[in-house]
Design a protein around this ligand. Structure first.
Ligand code: ADP
Ligand code: ASP
Ligand code: MG
Length: 406
């Protein structure tokens, strides 16, 4: 008998038929004498629709109220699944994030889990109930509803799995595992059987949205084995686990892309101490995370400074930087939303040279211009024009020998 957490994503609960399919899977696991806790996402598209509705009322909806609104997506699917299971004569029970003891900080829209009081769930499981929890949500210490950022029900699942000491956390989605590149844009991507937390952390941070990055961080910290698999097939998926000796250590093990970035350049910034702080401090205050930064020195003692930020925060960041530019007497603020970042990731890169030049040559052969470059020990990222994303992923995947055989 095992304690199993199963998380089903938006496409897996997109309509009542699919919710029935999920109920059958849950029931089967339960019948095999396991205890099951299910974490659900909202139906595919629902979170986007709710955001759209809020934006129709006002350009910047109140963050507290927006979270109350967004949490309803997961509330709906949790109730529908519990009803379906009950109809099938299974002892199911739905609960919202706060009922499941998910306590977060008070950053509406992007809250972090502080702790999970697992007693209530555990008590119900001991009585052989199937507990269905609304993912993506929790509440702060004041009892306000919070949400965990887009894709956050992955994090709910892993955090709850760790709190109740589940044997495994299964993430059911619309692809049958983690691939060497997004299988929806790279036909030749190969499924990976086992991947280390660290590699997956890098992939998630570089755009592989198959797992929300925080869920991987949690899994690593608390050593939760995660199995990413499809809710539409019986096939084994990908195990995300600690690095072990038997793991393939390819120089490049995956290619990722991220279209959710935008670029801002301040031109002719005076080259003197304190300027960078003036540019970035107000962004940090507004909670905007800056990713890449490059600075070019011009001969006249002036610099151009370019950085990337999440696309969703582009307008706010531009407003902030226009004010900063005036204050520090920079010449201009230029923005570009049609960019993407492509990256190659691999633990084996630590001991290999030539990866960067291979990446640059491959992109050059396709006439793809590189606007920005950033590297770490186990990844290289290039910012390119958004329209070349798919092409870049495919040619890099091929160049680094990742294509599956026909
Ligand atoms: P869910 O709604 O189930 O949480 P998501 O849409 O959040 O599903 O994540 C699954 C999607 O992640 C896939 O449909 C795929 O397009 C995308 N994806 C990106 N990179 C990868 C990758 N390397 N391996 C698998 N899927 C990936
Ligand atoms: N429904 C939320 C979203 O669309 C959370 C999730 O699906 O994980 O981002
Ligand atoms: Mg997701």
């Amino acid at each position: 008998m095992s304690l199993i957490v199963q998380k089903y994503g938006g496409t897996s609960v997109a309509d009542l038929e699919r919710i029935r399919n999920v109920a059958k899977r849950v029931a089967k696991t339960y019948d095999q004498n396991n205890d099951v806790v299910v974490i659900l996402s909202a139906m595919a598209g629902v979170t986007d629709n709710l955001i759209g509705m809020a934006n129709t009322i006002t350009e910047s909806p109140d963050k507290r109220e927006l979270d109350v609104l967004l949490a309803t997506g997961e509330q709906t699917t949790a109730a529908l699944l519990a009803m379906t299971l009950k109809r099938m004569n299974y002892p199911a029970l739905s609960m919202l994030g706060h009922q499941a003891g998910v306590i977060t900080d008070c950053t509406y829209g992007d809250a972090r889990i502080i702790e999970i009081g697992a007693e209530y769930i555990l008590k119900l499981i001991q009585k052989r109930n199937i507990v269905v929890v609304a993912g993506f949500q929790g509440s702060d210490v004041g009892g306000n509803i919070t949400t965990l950022g887009r894709g956050g029900s992955d994090t709910s699942a892993v955090a709850i799995a760790s709190a109740i000491k589940a044997d495994i956390c299964e993430i059911y989605t619309d692809v049958d595992g983690i691939y060497t590149a997004d299988p929806n844009i790279c036909e030749k991507a190969r499924k990976i059987d086992r991947i280390s937390y660290d590699e997956m952390l890098n992939m998630a941070s570089l755009g592989a949205k198959v797992l929300q990055i925080r869920s991987v961080g949690f899994a690593k910290k608390y050593n939760v084995p995660v199995h990413v698999r499809s809710s539409f097939s019986e096939e084994e998926g990908t195990m995300v686990v600690s690095e072990d000796a038997g793991m393939e250590s390819l120089v490049v093990s995956a290619v990722t892309h991220d279209k959710n970035q935008a670029r801002i350049t301040l031109t002719k910034v005076h080259d003197r101490p304190g300027v960078a702080a003036k540019i970035f401090a107000p962004l940090a205050e507004a909670g905007i995370v800056v990713d890449m930064i490059i600075q070019n020195i011009r001969p006249e003692g002036q610099t151009d400074l370019t950085f990337t930020i999440p696309k969703a925060q582009f307008d706010t960041a531009m407003d902030i930087e226009r004010k900063v530019a005036e204050e520090i007497e920079a010449q201009d603020v230029l923005g570009d939303k049609s960019i993407a970042m492509v990256s190659v990731v691999g633990l084996g890169m630590k001991n290999h040279s030539g990866v960067a030049s291979m990446m640059f040559n491959t992109l050059a052969r396709e006439n793809i211009n590189i606007m920005m470059i950033s590297t770490s020990e186990i990844r290289i990222s290039c910012v390119i024009e958004e329209k070349y994303t798919e092409l870049a992923v495919r040619v890099l995947h091929n160049a680094f020998g990742l294509d599956k055989e026909d």
